[in-house]
Ligand binder design. Structure first.
Ligand code: HEC
Length: 460
């Protein structure tokens, strides 16, 4: 997402303007303006570009946002609400704390503080249009039914739509687990570059999650899992991008088993509350070429906090904290982090404990988690945490079953472990590259060398 630097922020001078109320010195007022040129913030010159680059992908005709933010008139109508959502970092919907842990993430939708300040200043000034000549040309957005990751990787190599199923307007949770043939599968085993899952059309608000695993056809006509997961999707998630140089395996001759969880009527502000006929969830896979070279395997695994015991129980009007630990007998690199929970989950953190130094480091924190916006937070390659053998991941989640939780449908219920949206779960999806000691040492040395280079460059 583009940033636009405006001189009025950089050059902010504190101006002291004294105004005297008419007729009476006793009512003298002193007004502090944060910047002499604040008045210059206009839609055309300052705000339009931010809205184009960060909001219109969803807030346009056919987009998933509840209203359009395309013309000045659209945006002006919602200006006060936009300020609230943007200043509180609720929009764009990417929830990841800005002041703790690793901040360099791929496909990060967060606005810069500078853009947030620009929008807030514009709204405070009455949301003026400014000079229409300053207006940037309209942006060309991809069609709403196109794959978002096609912008990075081109058209997908493989498609695997689920079989259609009708979802009623209301009622209990539904699950759909068809096995389907993939279209475009090459011969032999290959390495996956990226994956994206997308419920078709209006189904976005009724599909809570859609997991996919690879299956092989047996001689007796049944299917058996290969042990490899294709991907995981949960509401609001963009997709998975596998780092360069490693392999997430696409086994040869496989089918996809879908595990789709639907919530009739839908969840969130844009819930359809209507019958959805022939709901289909699509999976797209981008592959590396057959001669792609790699050293290590990468996988996506759900690390459950409850170690299979599933003894999660939240009292009415109460809260609960869960904690899970994980270590490996070889070094690993954590490539992505995605907390999973339902309507009572409010926050999650990922920490590393290093036995050698006996210190803990927070690497990611989401303190405003929402079940309508699952994201796989994908670390930039040069900062993805490298975990030495024996170091421990500490995974924490906090559940709020009080009326203070805006997502809570009923604070008077006991909440148990389970798959329904009204139940809770406690796990993280982690993309993990499995290294060996030599590879770990090499990556650490490469990063240290890059840091040293940076130090020298900034010194000169
Ligand atoms: C990925 C899609 C997406 C992006 C990007 C996005 N929005 Fe939204 N927005 C939504 C959805 C969906 C909702 C409905 C509430 C929800 O589901 O969280 C929403 C809700 C809102 C609301 C509240 C509407 C209401 O009636 O309560 C405002 C205001 C808003 N968005 C403004 C923005 C602005 C401003 C930006 C860019 C800075 C933005 N959004 C970026 C999808 C998006």
């Amino acid at each position: 997402m583009d940033l636009q630097k405006r001189p009025w922020i950089a050059a902010a001078t504190v101006a002291l303007v004294a105004t005297f109320a008419y007729g009476s010195a006793a009512h003298a007022q002193v007004t502090f303006a944060s910047s002499q040129s604040d008045a210059d913030v206009t839609y055309a010159a300052d705000v339009a570009t931010i809205i184009q680059n960060n909001c219109q992908v969803c807030h346009r005709a056919g987009g998933i946002g509840p209203m359009e933010l395309v013309t000045y008139e659209d945006v002006r109508l919602y200006a006060p609400l936009i300020k609230i959502k943007v200043v509180n970092r609720i929009m764009p919907p990417y929830y990841y704390d800005t002041d703790i842990g690793i901040q360099e993430l791929k496909h990060d939708w967060r606005l810069s503080q500078e853009d947030i300040n620009t929008i807030a200043a514009w709204v405070d000034q009455g949301a003026p249009l400014g000079n229409p000549d300053d207006m940037p040309p309209p942006v060309e957005l991809r069609a709403t039914d196109e794959w978002s990751l096609a912008a990075d990787f081109g058209p997908p190599d493989i498609l695997a739509p689920s079989t259609p199923i009708d979802v009623p307007a209301s009622g209990l949770d539904l699950w759909h687990r068809p096995v389907v043939k993939m279209v475009g599968v090459p011969d032999g085993e290959r390495c996956i570059k990226a994956l994206q899952v997308k419920p078709r059309g209006k189904a976005v608000t009724v599909v809570h999650h859609a997991n996919s695993t690879f299956q092989r056809l047996q001689d007796d006509g049944s299917f058996r899992g290969t042990g490899d997961r294709a991907t995981e999707y949960a509401m609001g998630k963009l997709g998975e991008i596998i780092p360069e140089g490693v392999c997430r395996v696409l086994p040869a001759d496989t089918y996809i088993r879908w595990d789709i969880h639907m919530y009739p009527g839908g969840l969130g502000k844009t819930a359809v509350n209507d019958v959805i006929e022939a709901n289909v969830v699509d999976l797209a896979i981008w592959l590396h070429p057959a001669d792609y070279e790699y050293e290590y395997k990468q996988d996506l695994v759900s690390y459950n906090f409850m170690e299979g015991k599933r003894d999660l129980l939240i009292p009415p009007n109460g809260s609960l904290m869960t904690q899970g630990f994980r270590s490996w007998d070889h070094p690993v690199r954590i490539d992505s982090f995605q907390p999973h929970g339902h309507l009572r989950l409010r926050s999650a953190s990922l920490e590393i404990y290093y036995p050698k130094t006996r210190r803990t480091e927070i690497i990611s924190m989401v303190s405003n988690w929402s079940a309508t916006w699952h994201q796989s937070h994908i670390y930039e390659d040069h900062v993805a945490p490298l975990i030495p053998t024996g170091a421990m991941l500490i995974m924490k989640q906090w559940f709020d079953n009080t009326s203070g939780n805006p997502n809570n449908p009923d604070p008077d219920q006991w909440v148990d472990y389970g798959s329904r949206t009204a139940d809770e779960m406690s796990h993280f999806w982690l993309g993990v590259t499995h290294l060996d000691e030599e590879g770990y040492e090499r990556l650490v040395a490469e990063r240290e060398a890059a840091e040293e280079e940076q130090r020298i460059a900034t010194r000169n």
